[in-house]
Design a protein around this ligand. Structure first.
Ligand code: ASP
Length: 390
């Protein structure tokens, strides 16, 4: 079976834990020639710095070679070539393909077109699973564990894809998650439905004790994985001193915001005042980067500011990921990856299609013929982007 990573759901819990152990070994051992003779193609149809360069650095560190197409305007997609045709060609040149594309669902379409394993480096606002592996590695290294964490997700949680993959993994590892989002930019329904199916029902809440931080419009608050009632009753989060292990900050995804949503952040930046709140006393600050105004550079020197270390962990984590995808590394207890729930049980298209206009199956049906999967609640979702079926 081909080792694609399209969704974080493609890896079992044991598989993730094992991959992170291998990443730690790569971090200790540095370079090797283990992938000599193999070719990685990075096909990036959307801007990137860290993800592409850390994949490429990882391949170089393992003795492999890299070919890249990183400027959409300089690739044949600018001439109207479909994603499926582009991927078929790249498949003839490389042993593993890393794809970033502006359309949600595009990574799955690419995986269907390629014989080589495909790793999703971000498909529109949908998922970014390799970033999640980096995030989990960071939590393990900096907090010391992956289980029983309390994590605050902060910012644009609707259009930011990194949190869509991360929150699924956090809930699987038993975390309590506090989603503090820009008003109107809460986690999308399909993510909440997935978390609910795993027993982490979203609970809308108010926060108590952080009024000084949010004098203006308060954030939208949703709790996942918390006991029914706490801190003065159901629906209230009043954090105790030192309760939070990590604050995961994201920027407003201006490239995907609808025109109707003002292009301005409402939530205050994470700064010295924010970190002085007792609940965040121990919390590391993470960010997938690039940051805009949501983290004050003045806290960069604070030992809790983990975001640049997090970016550096991208190399050993992606060394492990590439080695796995190329069949050179066995994941203990992982066996073959659990099939992605987004891929499992896919039915051929019938009447209807994906209701998400940005989805690859809507934008480019020849690359991604419409397919749905049945969701746990009996509804149908698009097999590519998990959008509602119409
Ligand atoms: N670099 C991350 C991504 O590609 C985060 C971001 O762009 O805000 O999703």
């Amino acid at each position: 079976m081909k080792r694609d990573l399209i969704s974080i759901e493609d890896l079992s819990d044991a598989g993730i834990a094992s991959l992170l152990r291998h990443a730690a070994a790569f971090e200790r051992s540095g370079a090797s020639q283990a992938l000599q003779g193999a070719i990685l193609a990075t096909l990036f149809l959307e801007p990137s710095t860290r993800t592409r360069l850390s994949f490429e650095a990882a391949m170089h560190r393992l003795g492999g070679a890299v070919i890249t197409s990183a400027d959409p305007q300089a690739s044949s997609s600018a001439k109207g070539e479909t994603l499926a045709d582009t991927v078929r060609m790249v498949d003839a040149y490389a042993d593993v393909i890393v794809v970033r594309h502006p359309a949600p669902g595009a990574a799955r379409a690419a995986a269907k077109a390629a014989k080589a394993p495909v790793l999703n480096a971000g498909d529109g606002g949908h998922e970014h699973p390799s970033q999640t592996l980096v995030d989990l590695y960071t939590l393990e290294r900096e907090v010391g564990r992956l289980t029983s964490l309390t994590v605050v997700l902060y910012g644009d949680l609707r259009y930011g894809r990194t949190t869509h993959s991360l929150v699924r993994a956090l809930v699987r590892f038993g975390a309590k998650v506090v989603a503090l989002s820009e008003p109107g930019l809460e986690l999308p329904d399909y993510v909440c439905a997935r978390l609910a199916a795993r027993g982490a029902q979203p609970a809308a809440a108010r926060i108590r004790g952080l009024d000084a931080l949010f004098p203006g419009e308060p954030p939208a608050v949703t709790l996942f994985g918390f006991p029914e009632s706490r801190g003065g009753g159901a629906g209230v989060w009043s954090p105790s001193d030192g309760e939070v292990d990590a604050v995961y900050v994201t920027r407003l995804q201006r490239e995907r915001l609808p025109a109707a949503r003002a292009d301005r952040p409402v939530l205050p930046s994470v700064d010295a005042r924010f970190l002085a709140v007792p609940a965040f006393r121990r919390a590391i600050v993470m960010h997938p980067l690039p940051r805009t105004s949501e983290i004050d550079p003045k806290i960069d020197g604070d030992r809790r500011a983990a975001y640049f270390r997090q970016a550096a962990f991208g190399v050993p984590v992606r060394m492990a990921l590439l080695s796995w995808a190329l069949g050179r590394l066995h994941l203990d207890g992982g066996g073959p990856p659990a099939p992605s729930a987004a891929l499992a049980g896919a039915a051929p298209d019938g009447p209807g299609g994906c209701g998400e206009p940005a989805c690859i199956s809507v934008r480019e049906p020849s690359s991604a013929p419409a397919e749905f999967v049945g969701a746990a609640d009996g509804s149908r979702r698009c097999a590519y982007c998990e959008g509602a079926w119409r």
